[in-house]
Every structure is written in structure tokens, then in C-alpha cells.
Design a protein around this ligand. Structure first.
Ligand code: COA
Length: 432
């Protein structure tokens, strides 16, 4: 059979595809905006056909119907990164959370959580039979490679991205054809606080640096202040629309990169159609699985690597909580520690933890004497490097506990400094 015939022999309806999943199966869903919605939504609609199907997922950008009340007997959500649609399921006990560095998730599937079914979304096959993973390579490709059954939603609106980002049609068991726009994440609102944080972070970025940026208002705000920089590069878990503007304006050239020069290296994309159009058939952008992109020993091959991530709380020792407020899991480690470590290990690297100085509409300080009881330490005090708020920059690496506390208090919100100073004087027997 030629590729076209192989492809045709695998096409089934959404209803038939949903029936291929059996009670008790572990199903891994394609990640983030690469989620293959058709089959999982069909399963949710016909929940009575399923008992105890485990749905493993990270950033859930779809409807998350499997994690809603009433689904308990049918689906059990196992989350590696809690998001908007899955947070309640985990905090109310209807779902579970599995801690894991993003770079280690492929190994989890190979060694700890054998995958019965990988539900993925890819492009139509090219003339050689290869389908691109498009917006989400990350753990999706490794999960499909070790799954017993691969069901692919083939969406002709998925951008065709390059790199090690393809699956051959012969490695897909069943195909569901679809045509719909990729889920979009609109740019976050950037207020004065985010602008100030962005400007502080940008002051730490030299020409010819390679950047990793997370999701949201702070990374977007950093990009606003990079317009006068020269020859920046990208090696990042993900990118959003802001990067496209800087490529178009000639700031991001990737020319000075010491690793994959000339290329943007990422593992997933999340933004608007503008980003997806930029990524389509663009040899400047290469997508690799997350156990490559996020491996600290790979990241460190870039020199002047700068990671910028955000967090929930930082205590006066520099311990960073990024994924839980007390015991309440609100996200996950994602690639934060992978990139903190990779940047710390590389030549002339920096890792930046950037956050507003307060949360809950200014009612609580994010710089605290002690982390909330039950909070998970995401980035340890041994790994932390720079902490940035709208009030300035605290460089913690190489500083004593006393010096760290002082530096952090100096960038805390003025409304909370008095209380923090009291704690400092008690803890260190030292006048502030
Ligand atoms: N005390 C109490 N509540 C807090 C808090 C604090 N110190 N800090 C945050 N919160 C609350 C917010 O009020 C908000 O609650 P709401 O949803 O009810 O409004 C919620 O926690 C989320 O905080 P917010 O500041 O809106 O989140 P964000 O979208 O800016 O994301 C992180 C911040 C830390 C959650 C996010 O960056 C993250 O998950 N980081 C870890 C993963 C990572 O870094 N990955 C690598 C890059 S992709």
C-alpha cells in the first residue's frame, strides 16, 4: 500500500474512535492547545460506556469535561499540571495530581505510567506519509511512541512544524479527520505592575542572550522592553505571540546562539493564529520532545541562557513556591526547575523568578517570612538566582541567608516591609 492507501485504511468516525477506548485504560491526551477535542468530548458525552478510565494530561486548554462533577465513576483525571478547568477536580478529590518535572514526563510514560491509548492531534500526512505534531510535541510525541494504541485526530488547520516533530502514518492505529482552528490563548493584559517587572527583567538581559519565557503577562511584558536588544535567541519550553513581533522586528535572530544557531527551539506553542501562522512550515522554528528541550544538560549548551519564570511566594531564605498556595495545588512545576538548572549551569547564564510583590488584590505579600503551611518548594534556595518584582531586583546566588532576607525585603511591597523587617531583626539578631 502507498501512504495514501495506508492513510485511507485507518480513517474511522469519531464515534468508532471513542469506542476503541476501554474501561480501565490509561489515556494520555495531547497537550495544551494540541488537545484532540473530538474523541475525548465524544467519550464524555457517552460516559456510561466507560468505568475508571484514567485521563492523564498536563496544561488542559480544552473543556476538561472528564474532570467535572458527575464523571467520577467514569473518568479519573490524573494531572501533571493543574489548570483552570482541572483545579477544582484536584482540590475537591475528584482528580489526582502527579508531581513531575516536565523534562521527566516522557520517562514517566515509558517507565511508571504505561500508556494504553495516546489521543493526539496532528497535521495531514505529507507526500512521504509524515504527520507533524504541530503546536504540541512535548510529551505528546513520546507518549504516542510508547502507547499500545494511537488514535490521531488529523486536523488540516494544524500548522506543520519542523524539527524532530513527526509521526509516520503507519505508526498511527486510527485516524479521525477534522478541520477546526487551533485553540487560541489571547495575550494577557499588561498593567503598570507587569510593565515595571518587565523593565526590571529586561535590564538583566544582554545582547546575544538566549531566552526561555513562560506563559502570561510577565513574560509578555519582558518582551516589550527588548526592542533595542541585539541578536537575541530562543530556547524555551514554549513561546507565545510576543516572540513573533521580535522576530519580525529583527531583535530575535538566533544568530549568536551557541546551540542550534539560527533556530528557535521549543517544545510547544500557545498563542493566537498569528503564532500558528508564523510556525507553519517555518524552518527557523524547530520543535523537539520535552525530554530534549527541557533537559538541563541540553539547555546548558546555550551560553548566556536566561530563564524567566513566575511564582506564588518566595520566603526570606529564597525558597520559591510556584505551584501551590499552601496545600492547594494551583499549577505544577512545569519546566521551571528544568530551566532554572539549565540556565544556572550554562556559561554566563541567569535564572530570573519574576512576580508582582503582592497577590489577592494587594492584600497579601508574595515575599513572606515562611512559605504557607503545606506549600511545595518548587525552586529550592540552592537553585534560586534572581528574584524580580516591580520594586527591583534581588540577586540571591552566593548570598548568605541574612543578605538574602535583606535583598528580598528591599523589593517587597512597602506596605509589608515593616513586618518583614521585624522578622529579619528577630531571626538574625541584626538591625535592618
Ligand atoms: N497567596 C495567595 N494567593 C495567591 C498567591 C499568594 N501568594 N499568589 C498567587 N495567588 C493566587 C492568585 O490570586 C490567583 O488566584 P485567582 O485565580 O483566584 O485569582 C492564583 O493564585 C493564580 O495566580 P496568578 O498570579 O494569577 O497566576 P499567573 O497566571 O500569573 O501564574 C504561576 C503564576 C506561579 C501560577 C505560574 O507562573 C506557574 O504555574 N508557574 C510554575 C510553572 C512554570 O514556571 N513553568 C515554566 C514556564 S511555562
Amino acid at each position: 500500500m502507498n501512504c495514501e492507501e495506508i492513510y485511507r485504511s485507518k480513517v474511522i468516525s469519531v464515534k468508532e474512535a471513542a469506542k476503541k477506548v476501554k474501561s480501565g485504560d490509561r489515556v494520555v491526551l495531547g497537550h495544551a492547545v494540541g488537545e484532540p477535542a473530538a474523541v475525548i468530548e465524544e467519550m464524555v458525552e457517552n460516559k456510561e460506556n466507560y468505568r475508571d478510565v484514567e485521563i492523564v494530561h498536563m496544561v488542559a486548554m480544552g473543556k476538561g469535561g472528564y474532570a467535572q462533577p458527575g464523571m467520577e465513576k467514569h473518568f479519573r483525571h490524573n494531572s501533571i499540571f493543574v489548570g483552570g478547568t482541572t483545579r477544582d477536580a484536584v482540590s475537591s478529590g475528584r482528580g489526582d495530581f502527579t508531581p513531575c518535572f516536565f523534562s521527566d514526563v516522557p520517562r514517566l510514560f515509558r517507565e511508571n505510567l504505561p500508556v494504553d491509548v495516546a489521543l493526539i492531534q496532528v497535521t495531514p500526512p505529507d507526500e512521504h506519509g509524515y504527520c507533524s505534531y504541530g503546536v504540541s510535541n512535548d510529551y505528546t510525541k513520546p507518549a504516542a511512541e510508547c502507547a499500545k494504541l494511537v488514535i490521531a485526530e488529523i486536523n488540516n488547520q494544524m500548522p506543520r512544524t519542523m524539527g524532530d516533530c513527526f509521526i509516520h502514518i503507519s505508526d498511527i492505529d486510527y485516524v479521525v479527520e477534522s478541520s477546526h482552528p487551533i485553540i487560541e490563548l489571547k495575550p494577557a493584559r499588561i498593567g503598570d505592575v507587569e510593565r515595571a517587572i518587565g523593565e526590571n527583567c529586561a535590564s538583566l538581559i544582554e545582547d546575544e542572550s538566549t531566552l526561555q519565557l513562560g506563559i502570561g503577562a510577565i513574560p509578555d511584558a519582558v518582551l516589550l522592553f527588548l526592542k533595542d536588544k541585539k541578536d537575541l535567541g530562543i530556547h524555551s519550553e514554549m513561546i507565545s505571540d510576543g516572540v513573533v513581533q521580535l522576530v519580525e522586528s529583527g531583535v530575535i535572530t538566533n544568530k549568536a546562539k551557541t546551540f542550534h544557531p539560527g533556530k528557535i527551539v521549543v517544545t510547544f506553542l500557545m498563542g493566537t493564529k498569528k503564532l500558528y501562522d508564523f510556525a507553519h512550515n517555518n524552518p527557523m522554528l524547530e520543535m523537539y520532545p520535552v525530554d530534549y528541550v527541557n533537559d538541563p544538560t541540553v539547555i546548558m549548551k546555550n551560553s548566556k541562557m536566561i530563564s524567566i519564570n513566575s511564582c506564588v511566594q518566595v520566603d526570606l531564605m529564597g525558597q520559591v513556591a510556584s505551584e501551590s498556595v499552601g496545600l492547594k495545588q494551583i499549577s505544577g512545576v512545569g519546566g521551571q526547575v528544568d530551566f532554572v538548572r539549565g540556565s544556572n549551569m550554562c556559561k554566563d547564564g541567569k535564572s530570573i523568578m519574576a512576580m508582582p510583590s503582592t497577590a489577592a488584590k494587594g492584600k497579601v505579600s508574595k515575599i513572606v517570612p515562611l512559605l504557607d503551611e503545606g506549600a511545595a518548594v518548587t525552586t529550592s534556595r540552592n537553585d534560586v538566582d534572581y528574584v524580580v518584582t516591580e520594586f527591583g531586583i534581588a540577586h540571591l546566588k552566593g548570598k548568605t541567608l541574612r543578605q538574602r532576607a535583606k535583598a528580598l525585603i528591599n523589593i517587597a511591597h512597602p506596605d509589608f516591609r515593616e513586618g518583614l523587617i521585624e522578622e529579619y531583626e528577630k531571626r538574625f539578631h541584626d538591625k535592618f
